[in-house]
Write a protein that binds this ligand. Structure first.
Ligand SMILES: [Zn+2]
Ligand SMILES: [Zn+2]
Length: 180
């Protein structure tokens, strides 16, 4: 298990000025945004944890929470909404964390057998992680969801109804809730 406190600082994805995280539907490939929540932090950590423990795939914990696409109403596990860029970032991040963990383990070995003059290896610190994602633009319009007391951000050009990502209820955004 990785030390959560130590890595928590690094586990941030860029949010826009209002605190929204970009999401992408794997069915229709349209993007929308939801506010960053504690649950996202848990999902992020879990995803990194899973990538770091490929050899123990049976240990992967399943999460019962699902989300609905506001555009096409497809529903999927809450962990299924990363954009391509976020996925790439997360697997690079997992690889970098893996290297850091191996380095710490080697250093530990080095410390514990430090008196041994025959020690023939020197742990090399991994290169600093630089594969950042772009800053998140403050695009899309906010639609308040009265059903769940949440907000969703959808494409400015979207004129159809939208589905609440949390409960799936359909909203008519033309008449019901004008954009701010
Ligand atoms: Zn969709
Ligand atoms: Zn709802």
């Amino acid at each position: 298990m990785i030390a959560i406190d130590h890595f928590e600082e690094q586990l941030k994805l860029p949010l826009d000025r209002r605190g929204f995280l970009r999401r992408e539907c794997s069915t229709c490939h349209r993007q929308f945004k939801l506010r960053w929540s504690e649950q996202d932090a848990v999902l992020l950590l879990r995803r990194l944890g899973n990538e770091l423990r490929h050899e123990n795939e049976h240990e992967v914990v399943t999460h019962p929470v699902s989300r609905t696409c506001p555009y096409c109403s497809a529903s999927a596990h809450a962990d299924a909404w990363w954009t391509e860029e976020q996925r790439l970032y997360l697997s690079r991040k997992a690889a970098a964390l893996g290297e850091e963990i191996r380095f710490e383990q080697l250093r530990h070995v080095e410390r514990t057998i430090g008196q041994n003059p025959n020690l023939t290896f020197l742990p090399v610190p991994p290169a600093p992680f630089r594969a950042g994602v772009r800053a998140e633009p403050d695009d899309m319009r906010v639609i308040p969801l009265v059903c769940c007391g949440e907000d969703v951000k959808v494409r400015d050009s979207w004129t159809g109804t939208i589905h609440c990502p949390f409960c799936g209820v359909e909203h008519d955004i033309q008449r019901g809730h004008p954009a701010k």
